[in-house]
Design a protein around this ligand. Structure first.
Ligand SMILES: [Zn+2]
Ligand SMILES: [Zn+2]
Length: 401
């Protein structure tokens, strides 16, 4: 199909001039053209660099050689208008097919072993020789929303294991087997895809303000006061500003637990380069920026409701109608780091997540029926003893009179 004049513009050509940071990084990253994968070989010994959380640089596990991460100074994170960006993406998708996000099998350039990228996974480790391998055909594909920024992993494996240990040991009534699983389960660092939204909203509302008053009712011994509510109609307009509302864009994770890992220090996110992912897993988005916004919307709505309730005032509020206009709605696509423990217990998977920047731990856990029953019996025995002592002392004071 010949390019039509109203086709979306092609990607910006790289800036001309002296070799820039991006070019330097490009040389360092070894691109396997046939496999469309990328690795970061150490120039000193040929082993593969990993991004090391403790030193915030690339580190060779074999010879200890390190290399600083090169970020193109001309790159900065930009906000994208949600509606126009998604419209442009749909236009591209109408004429092009994107990278295959089902199974992509690649050959490890280090050992020749075959590895499969399943679903939205874009960075992994060779299962035979642990060489970090990244898919190079997804993040920059014109049919995909590009990555705007990445929060580099700050919590290293040792810290993550300490945090995990602490969390598991504080789970009351967890089966003893589960506590042992923390060493046996799969524990890995992974960058997940998030969309962060900025929004300016104006909301018009109609509702009611409830004011409490007390009345005395009854007579004689039965006389008492009661609190009642008088309702007045209320209406108005409120403005809300949202900054970096973060929404996970990957499937297969407990969204509530991931949400509880907040806050993410998104202001510290750096422009994207694949070097931050070297040696760690990474998933591109399953939900695009519009679908993820649907998931984030209840949180935005409840924040707007709080503003409305404050605006109505009084002791109680009712919101009967509201209409929200988005004067601005932009997003960024960020990769945020997690440590993920998955254990299968009693045939069910349990996931424990650690915020890879702040160390916050949130997770699912099993309950031990045996331990709970034992605790209930122990509690009943204690209550029984307390009641017996109470009855005995009462009896004594009673007879002492
Ligand atoms: Zn080396
Ligand atoms: Zn290999």
């Amino acid at each position: 199909m010949p390019p039509s004049p109203d086709a979306p513009p092609a990607a910006e050509p790289p800036p001309l001039g002296e070799p820039d940071a991006q070019a330097v990084a490009q040389v360092r990253a070894m691109l396997q053209v046939t496999e469309q994968t990328r690795t970061y070989p150490c120039p000193q010994c040929g082993d593969q660099y990993r991004f090391d959380a403790a030193i915030q640089a690339l580190l060779c596990p074999s010879c200890g050689n390190r290399a600083d991460i090169v970020i193109d100074p001309s790159l900065s994170r930009t906000d994208h208008d949600l509606a126009t960006t998604m419209a442009a993406l749909r236009q591209v998708l109408a004429s092009q097919t994107g990278p295959d996000l089902n199974d992509k099998e690649v050959v490890c350039q280090n050992c020749g072993g075959h590895t499969t990228f399943t679903g939205t996974l874009t960075a992994t480790r060779c299962p035979y020789c642990a060489t970090p391998i990244q898919r190079d055909d997804v993040q920059d594909a014109p049919t995909r929303l590009p990555v705007d920024g990445v929060l580099p992993l700050k919590v290293d494996e040792q810290q993550a294991r300490t945090q995990l240990e602490d969390w598991v040991n504080h789970r009351w009534f967890a089966p003893s087997e589960f506590k042992k699983y923390k060493t046996a389960g799969s524990f890995t660092s992974i960058y997940c895809s998030f969309f962060t939204y900025d929004a300016e909203t104006d909301t018009w509302y109609q509702g009611q303000r409830g004011e409490h008053y007390t009345v005395t009712v009854g007579s004689g011994d039965d006389e008492h006061t009661e609190t009642r509510t008088r309702w007045y109609s209320a209406s108005g307009q409120v403005h809300d500003s949202f900054d970096d509302v973060a929404q996970l864009a990957n499937t297969g994770f407990d969204d509530n637990k991931i949400g509880a890992l907040e806050p993410w220090p998104t202001a510290q996110a750096l422009p994207y380069t694949g070097e931050f992912l070297a040696g760690h897993l990474c998933r591109t988005y399953d939900y695009d920026a519009e679908a993820a916004f649907q998931l984030a919307q209840p949180r935005i709505d409840s924040a707007i409701d709080s503003t409305i309730r404050a605006d109505i005032g009084g002791d109680e509020q009712r919101i009967d109608r509201k209409e929200t206009r988005y004067n601005l709605l932009t997003f960024q696509h960020l990769l945020l780091p997690l440590w993920l423990l998955t254990v299968t217990f009693d045939g069910k998977p349990f996931q424990v997540f650690i915020n890879g920047v702040t160390g916050e731990v949130q997770g699912q856990r099993p309950w031990s029926k045996v331990k709970i029953i034992a605790a209930v019996i122990a509690a009943l025995i204690v209550i029984g003893i307390v009641l017996a002592i109470y009855a005995a002392t009462k009896h004594k004071t009673g007879t002492g009179r």
